[in-house]
Design a binder for this molecule. Structure first.
Ligand code: T3D
Length: 268
């Protein structure tokens, strides 16, 4: 995969696509260009079979500080007179990213290397797993600029930590340090700051060597469970199992178990 981006860096190693948000001077604030480039990088992850896991991280001392507030300021002038169309901006620049992160049938790890604020936190919540550096933190910063948590944070955060805690974090906008994030279930693991890249690489390489189709279909079933009742979910599991059970990786797993050897999964 070779793409000429300016606001995100991409690299592929051992079946793992690492996407690094790269505007460190503004703590990787999300702007128009980043929205286009991040979407393109995620599209490549969907398209390329050789990519079996994605890691999303940030350059410098932050993960992502959310919407570029300088860009919002520029909108005030461009948009006046009359209301600025924030809804359209969310639909066109944010929703496609979160949709892609959730729909991608490959595991996505957010390697949260520093502060994740506003929609930057939302992107981390939309990943499947979160591994945080000890010095990282989460801030539901929206309230401090008079906005509502977006990019599905009102859904994902609540699923991760429960309604009461989600309301507290969203209403008060207080910084949640990594250890506290671990305690409340917001992240899966916390590691020393300088150990994060290696820890993320190791977890991602491990996931990339697993049965990718089964993991992708599991993700689909987990997504679907949000709106299902038990009967719906039983039927949906039967549906996705029909596909998983007919993959080469399923056979390989069963045969490796019987032959008492390590399975070699190909991701198909
Ligand atoms: O339609 C729509 O677009 C609506 C969508 C909204 C989605 C959202 O994400 S809304 C929330 C937007 N984000 C924020 O409100 C967070 C703003 N940033 C902060 O609160 C703080 O910077 C942090 C808590 C993230 C980190 O604090 P700290 O003290 O570690 O760093 P700092 O000194 O505040 O920031 C360092 C630099 O980054 C600074 O620039 P300077 O002074 O060195 O030139 C600061 O201005 C810049 N920066 C940080 N965040 C942003 C930013 N520049 C532009 N946009 C930012 N979001």
């Amino acid at each position: 995969m070779s793409q000429n981006f300016s606001t995100v860096l991409t690299s592929v190693e051992n079946g793992v696509l690492t996407i690094t948000l790269n505007r460190p001077d503004s703590l990787n604030a999300y702007n128009e260009t980043m929205s286009v480039e991040l979407a393109a990088a995620l599209k490549a992850a969907e398209r390329e079979d050789a990519i079996r896991c994605v890691v999303l991280t940030g350059a410098g001392r932050a993960f992502c500080s959310g919407q570029d507030l300088q860009e919002i300021r520029a909108r005030y002038d461009a948009g006046s007179p009359g209301p600025i169309d924030f809804g359209a901006h969310l639909r066109s620049k944010y929703a496609p990213i979160v949709t892609r992160l959730r729909a991608l049938e490959k595991p996505v790890i957010a390697a949260v290397n520093g502060v994740a604020a506003g929609a930057g936190a939302s992107f981390a919540f939309a990943a499947d797993l979160r591994i945080a550096a000890a010095g990282a933190s989460f801030v539901m910063a929206f309230v401090h600029v008079g906005l509502v948590p977006d990019s599905a944070a009102t859904l994902m955060l609540q699923r991760l930590v429960g309604l009461g805690k989600a309301a507290e974090l969203c209403f008060l906008g207080e910084k949640v340090p990594a250890e506290e994030a671990l305690r409340i279930g917001l992240v899966n693991r916390v590691v020393a700051d300088d150990a994060l890249p290696a820890a993320a690489r190791e977890l991602a390489a491990r996931l990339a060597s697993m049965p990718t189709r089964a993991i992708g279909l599991t993700k689909r079933a987990l997504n679907r469970a949000w709106t299902a009742d038990v009967a719906d979910q039983l039927e949906y599991e039967a549906f996705v199992q029909q596909t998983a059970g007919n993959t080469a990786d399923h056979r390989e797993g069963v045969l490796a178990f019987i032959e008492k050897r390590k399975p070699l999964f190909q991701g198909r």
